[in-house]
Design a protein around this ligand. Structure first.
Ligand SMILES: [Fe+2]
Length: 289
């Protein structure tokens, strides 16, 4: 796939270690935002839009029209600002078509209202594997890369891939595979797909949780990952990876914001419907996870 060179601006959100991206063709052109964060204070149950407003300020400064709001997956560590961005700027909110499976699992766990359909209709567009699309003059492609969840997508734009939660920076390895519907062997296969791209392909992470010895980073290459990824570099077999990944996942706590995040994110970033008193509530299912 050839494409004019994508312009990429990263925004690091330090509380959840998430990196959101604005990908655009040129100043005055068209943009996609990937994995925007809605700030959430769990102690107060209060949301705010400080991070999303930085993305909007960038769009305005570059005179960009927001064409796409892309989610790599239903995140379990942060709330999505997709609905807010759409309300402020327009754009098509999109995720992978297998989100239906994640919605079916979690709408049950959260005992959502009877009107909630686990059919992906909360999103404006559901990508199939390999589907191509345009960001202004840029050609892009959605790649199905499940394993961390059953529905992950990566987005290929020119020589850049936004990998979501598949690979992390080489010294951190890979994303966990122990959420409902996750699978380490599946993630291995998805990682091989990404690592079969040309060596010079630039890979942009969704998260970084750096050790004290280095600063936050989010960009690497296929060649660097194949040479140095601690979980999945060239030469590590699927069986070795699965054993390592599953052993590590057994030691991990649930993410701090899993419960609030998932119930917003499978609604495409919309809040739950207001209850009889006019207020909106998140749910905490007891002894389910
Ligand atoms: Fe994730």
């Amino acid at each position: 796939m050839s494409s004019a060179s994508a312009q990429i601006q990263a925004f690091h959100e330090p509380v959840t270690g998430t990196i959101s991206y604005v990908v655009y063709d040129h100043s005055g052109g068209h943009a996609a935002i990937i994995d925007p964060v809605l700030d959430y204070d769990p102690k107060a149950g209060r949301t705010s839009t400080r991070n999303a407003d930085q993305l909007i300020a960038f769009l305005h400064a570059q005179q960009l029209r927001l064409e796409w709001i892309l989610e790599t997956h239903a995140h379990a560590d942060h709330l999505s600002a997709a609905a807010y961005l759409k309300q402020q700027c327009g754009g098509t909110v999109a995720i992978g078509e297998h989100i239906r499976q994640v919605q079916a699992i979690f709408s049950g766990i959260f005992h959502f209202e009877s009107g909630f359909e686990a059919d992906g209709s909360q999103f404006d567009h559901l990508f199939r594997d390999g589907e191509t699309f345009q960001i202004g003059t840029l050609s892009a492609q959605a790649l199905f890369v499940p394993g961390h969840t059953p529905a992950d997508m990566a987005y290929l734009v020119g020589d850049a891939v936004f990998v979501g939660d598949t690979l992390f920076m080489p010294d951190l390895g890979t994303a966990r595979c122990d959420f409902p519907g996750g699978n380490a062997a599946t993630l291995y296969q998805s990682a091989q797909r990404l690592l079969s791209l040309p060596d010079s392909t630039r890979l942009f992470m969704c998260h970084d949780y750096p050790p004290a010895s280095r600063k936050v980073q989010w960009e690497t290459t296929v060649a660097e990952q194949r040479a140095a990824n601690i979980h999945i570099r060239q030469g590590i077999s699927q069986d070795e990876f699965v054993a390592l990944r599953e052993a590590r996942d057994r030691t991990l706590d649930m993410p701090n914001l899993l419960l609030p995040s998932v119930q917003i994110n499978i609604r495409a970033g919309e809040m739950p419907p207001a209850e009889a008193d006019g207020h909106r509530y998140l749910r905490i299912p007891l002894n389910r996870l």
